[in-house]
Design a protein around this ligand. Structure first.
Ligand code: GLY
Length: 392
């Protein structure tokens, strides 16, 4: 199979160049065929307690359920099931979601939103089966325990590097489970917390050009900002690519969830900034301000998150010119990610779909590797594009 893949790709490219551009439907079928092989491959190596995280130096890097990415593999499987109707994806999605059942009962940090939202959240949204509901409620209530009325935010990490109350831009993503639980269980206080966090983040995390700091450290006694810095980016005042992607996605999601104009406007401004700064092919370098660009690594995970958010924003914004640009950028990113430069060959890449992501460059970990969340947002982006513009 491994040896046949380059031949298959060459035939594909020839077929496409004879007929013009591959349609999005053809592209998605190619991705789904690959995903069936890759996702089954990942399943075959996992234990009852492990989850795929990355593939480093030719070896799978798996995690336990506490790792912030544990929900992304089940989430990718749910999205693939939704988009293809293939029962293999559904069976694997159920199996790996159920493995996470006791997660909300354990101590957690803000990432409980990522973990439960991408697994149980999709399980319920897609199947409407009540059995998936308790974990969503418990997960949201665990996250709500981390909300402070003083800082008006949910706290990110419990460890400290001299911080009092650290909040990272990534944390916007975890607001979705608060909004979901508020809607499903009539818990209005959770929706209020999500809005308070999103509002405080608009006030404190952004620079004038709509790029975002990675971490804001609040004073837990009076809520003032003690400092702004980076942990995973190039410099304190740089624009770490995935952080910008989380910001775009976070405010797009909050605009969708609440209908509030202020979140839509924030998402639109972040989008305008990104549309100006992204490289021609739409795949950002790991940090927009790394002085080594163009010799710095690209981050396919940030591109995948952005592609999904751009697609969603294109259907929310009333600015028609911006909608067109967002849709075009989302399509460009998805097409580039689905090219042989980023999409793995069947049977390679530890079962992941995408190559060339950056996890934490300053820490020297997960550089130029596959990452579980890149696959998740890539498949989500593909599904959103197909829904919005099936004719592409
Ligand atoms: N903390 C999530 C990330 O690395 O983007």
């Amino acid at each position: 199979m491994k040896r046949l893949f380059p031949v298959f790709m060459a035939i594909m490219v020839m077929a496409v160049s004879c007929r013009g551009q591959e349609s999005l439907k053809e592209l998605s079928q190619r991705v789904y065929d690959l995903a069936l092989i890759q996702m089954v491959d990942i399943d075959s190596r996992l234990s009852d307690t492990s989850y795929p995280r990355s593939y480093v130096d030719g070896q799978p890097l798996d995690s336990d359920q506490g790792w912030w990415c544990s929900g992304f593999y089940p989430g990718t499987l749910w999205l693939l099931y939704e988009q293809t109707g293939d029962a293999t994806f559904k069976a694997l999605a159920e199996k790996h979601t159920l493995k996470l059942s006791n997660l909300p009962l354990r101590p957690c940090d803000h990432d409980i939103g990522f973990q439960i939202g991408s697994s149980f959240g999709h399980a319920y949204r897609i199947t409407h089966e009540d059995r998936w509901l308790p974990a969503i409620k418990q997960g949201a209530l665990r996250l709500a325990e981390r909300f402070s009325p003083v800082t008006r935010t949910t706290r990110s990490w419990d460890f400290s590097r001299g911080w009092d109350y650290p909040v990272i831009i990534d944390n916007l993503m975890n607001l979705e489970i608060l909004a979901t639980a508020a809607r499903l269980f009539g818990l209005d206080s959770l929706a209020d917390m999500a809005c308070a966090h999103a509002d405080a983040t608009i006030e404190n995390h952004f620079r004038e050009d709509y790029t975002s700091y990675h971490l804001v450290d609040y004073d837990s006694t009076d809520g003032h900002v003690r400092k702004r810095e980076t942990v995973q980016g190039y410099a304190d005042d740089s624009a770490w690519a995935r952080g910008q992607a989380w910001a775009l996605y976070g405010y797009t999601m909050m605009a969708h969830e609440t209908g509030h104009e202020r979140y839509l406007s924030q998402a639109e401004n972040i989008a305008r900034m990104l549309l100006q700064r992204l490289p021609e092919d739409g795949i950002p370098y790991w940090d927009f301000d790394d002085e080594a660009i163009p010799d710095a690594p690209r981050d396919a995970s940030a591109a995948a998150v952005m592609a999904s958010a751009f697609a969603e924003l294109s259907s929310l914004t009333a600015d028609h010119a911006l909608a067109k640009q967002c849709l075009a950028m989302s399509e460009r990113q998805v097409r580039r990610l689905a090219s042989p430069d980023y999409l793995a060959a069947s049977g390679t890449n530890g079962g992941f779909l995408l190559m060339h992501c950056v996890g934490n460059k300053p820490a020297g970990t997960e550089i130029d590797v596959p990452l579980a969340y890149a696959d998740y947002y890539f498949i989500e982006a593909l599904g959103r594009l197909l829904l919005i513009s099936p004719e592409l």
